[in-house]
Design a protein around this ligand. Sequence first.
Ligand SMILES: [Zn+2]
Length: 278
Amino acid sequence: MLIANISGQRVEASFANKGPTYHCPKCRDVVILKKGRIVTHHFAHKPPVRCSWAKGETREHLKAKQLFKQEFVRRGLRVEVEHEIPSLPNDRRADVVVWSPRGQKYALELQHTAIDYNSLENRTESYIHAGVRVIWVPFMRPKYWKEANELGPNVDGDFLIERFPARPLEKWVHGFNLGKFWMFDSDRNALWCAKLYKHEIYVEESSWFDPDGEKVSAGGYSRISRRWRELKLWGPYELEQVSIGAKKRSSKKMGNHNYPGGIVGEFVVKTKNDKLVP
Ligand SMILES: [Zn+2]
């Protein structure tokens, strides 16, 4: 985690010095300041770790929170990492909260680990009720990146991964954002705009003889894969190219997804010729 308490005050690891005793804001245990060369400066619990705030934290997640914070600070905006929003269920910390010049709060949920539909829906609803505009940002998974094909100059989109095993997170966020979403690429420290499409599998035609000597055939058609989606990507875009906007969406049930209605955040990128992406 990036935040700890010292004498009741929040302090960020990148501004903290070794020496004083820091405490976890959640469990109040002593935490150790880690200021290394490679990993983003952070605080760590001592083993055995029982605190729920110490779980599921990855190096990539720490780095992403720090990068987004730096970018919005550079723009002169108020930004907090691991900002607590009291009405959020379970972990009450929003990864990054940005205040617009008019004081409107935007929360970035940088999601590096898997998350289920209930958590996505409850958390989103809670943000909407708290008047905080949420943007969910799944991380790109590098192993699938190896299968990406670069698309030609006359094709809409930059890369295509033909067989992408979309998780509940990506499927849900795609629908929540009305047909697109943004992914964080922790190798490039950049964002990609993404869209999911159905993946068709061709079932080869085959024929055989049944016990009565009748010729039977099957196959020769395409079906929609349940497991795979096609993932089309636009980008990469540096964080400094990305603005934050808002949009209203209505509550809707689509299959096994329940989308809460309200005002939510979105990333907006314009290309050189002022065209919206994608
Ligand atoms: Zn703790």
